[in-house]
Design a protein around this ligand. Structure first.
Ligand SMILES: Cc1cc2nc3c(=O)[nH]c(=O)nc-3n(C[C@H](O)[C@H](O)[C@H](O)COP(=O)(O)O)c2cc1C
Length: 433
């Protein structure tokens, strides 16, 4: 199948599965433990129903939005993903250039295989760098300095990786970085000769973003040595003081990625964050936590407009983005969909994944009767009354019907807000099961 023949993200996913060696596809696809949160991220959107308004002029939908100090043509940031060249040798460069072509933002990972400086040189691209904090402040400061020198627009700090998630697919497949062949994996890689040729063509890849790119453990060394160096250097005790220190040094748009509780979101804003990325790392870290979309309304209420909110996890359709914005997000973030496209078709596949989501998003906007993201977010075009965020999400139709001007309503679930107040919830009560 060619990229243009893929009608939706599910088609791209099937093509990626056919092209990648099984251990690599599993690395993208998998989550932690029983993968309950991973699945809930996607199915969670189905609990919210869109409520369209008709007889409105939606001939010209403007889906642009300002977020993290940049103007996006439509409200999406591509999520940071480590080791991207493992899936296709064109790696982060192909993804970043596709983001620029589509007018959306791109986030480069600390574990990226392309340097801050190379991504910095991509023109017309809103750029964010994702930091994993290291237990050496001088290395953290060096990363921030490099981002400033390369004119990055924003930083984000991922806080949900204080220890590695239990990803059993990777343990079973014996995946190593870089991929090493043993008797078990030889057959799986041999069945994907096209990927093998593409991989060999690129030669050894690097992790050029760790630290200053020059000293010990710099990006020039062997990648497996670097990966274990990095594991030792990861800060396992990230504190709000760390966040404050980065905010002071950076003095620009700063997001905290991986927050799930309304209390943490409020503390992030107090510590100097200008945005909160509501995320469970795509279900790859703590299994048994709620679907990202279910957490959004409580966090939006707690933050009360004092910071931007980015919804990350589970987006597979443009309508999912519409629901996220209607429930209080400023923009969305997505990981696997563009990785499927990249893995299957290189740059053309990333373009295709973005074209699919963009057209689905704008079509859904028109079909619900919204001409702009501001209409959708605040519900201001909805003949007055409260915004969609307040109307959807919390109330089951039985408890309290959603007001008539709502864009989304929730289908028969108990409130998520109470879960947030209690923080740790027995799995049996988890709404995402
Ligand atoms: C292969 C892969 C690698 C990832 N690497 C990182 C990373 O280096 N840093 C990070 O903050 N998140 C990382 N993530 C999580 C993504 O940024 C994002 O939170 C997740 O993919 C969102 O879920 P989605 O894939 O359903 O969109 C990774 C995700 C995947 C699938």
């Amino acid at each position: 199948m060619r990229a243009e023949k893929c009608l939706n993200i599910g088609d791209l996913e099937r093509c990626a599965r056919q092209r990648l060696p099984q251990p690599l596809f599993d690395y993208i696809q998998g989550g932690s433990d029983d993968e309950i949160t991973l699945a809930a991220n996607v199915t969670g959107f189905d609990r919210y129903a869109l409520l369209p308004r008709y007889l409105r002029d939606v001939r010209d939908v403007d889906s642009s939005v300002a977020v993290l100090g940049s103007r996006l043509a439509w409200p999406l940031y591509l999520a940071p993903t480590g080791m991207t060249q493992m899936f296709h040798r064109d790696g982060e460069m192909a993804v970043a250039r596709a983001a620029a072509r589509s007018g959306v933002g791109y986030t480069l990972s600390t574990m990226g295989t392309t340097s801050i400086e190379d991504i910095g040189a991509v023109p017309d691209l809103p750029k964010m760098f994702q930091m994993y904090l290291l237990n050496d402040d001088s290395l953290n400061r060096a990363m921030v300095d490099r981002c400033r020198a390369s004119a990055f627009d924003a930083l984000c700090i991922t806080v949900d990786c204080i220890t590695a998630g239990n990803r059993e697919r990777d343990i079973r497949s014996g995946l190593s970085v870089p991929p090493r062949l043993n008797l078990q994996s030889l057959g799986q890689f041999a069945r994907r000769p096209e990927w093998c040729l593409n991989y060999l063509r690129g030669g050894a890849f690097r992790l050029p973003n760790i630290g200053d790119g020059n000293g010990d453990g710099n990006g020039g060394g062997d990648i497996s040595t670097l990966a274990s160096y990095f594991a030792q250097k990861m800060e396992s005790n990230i504190s709000w003081q760390h966040v404050e220190a980065i905010a002071r040094q950076w003095q620009g748009p700063l997001a905290i990625k991986g927050l799930q509780s309304a209390q943490d979101a409020t503390m992030a804003v107090e510590a100097g964050a200008t945005a909160v990325i509501v995320s469970n790392h795509g279900g790859r870290q703590l299994d048994g936590s709620a679907a990202s979309i279910d957490l959004l309304p409580a966090i939006a209420d707690a933050i009360g407009g004092k910071a931007e909110i980015i919804l990350d996890g589970g987006i597979r359709r443009g309508s999912h983005m519409v629901k996220a914005l209607a429930l209080g997000a400023t923009a969305c973030m997505t990981g696997r969909p563009y990785l499927y496209g990249l893995s299957a078709f290189g740059a053309a596949g990333v373009d295709r994944s973005l074209a699919i989501l963009h057209s689905e998003f704008e079509r859904t906007m028109a079909l619900v009767g919204c001409r702009s993201v501001a209409d959708l977010k605040a519900g201001t075009a909805m003949q007055g009354g409260a915004g969609a965020r307040c109307n959807g999400g919390f109330h089951t139709p039985k408890d309290q019907p959603a007001p008539a001007n709502s864009f989304v309503t929730v289908l028969g679930r108990r409130p998520v807000q109470s879960l947030n107040a209690r923080e740790n919830v027995p799995l049996s009560e988890n709404p995402s099961r």
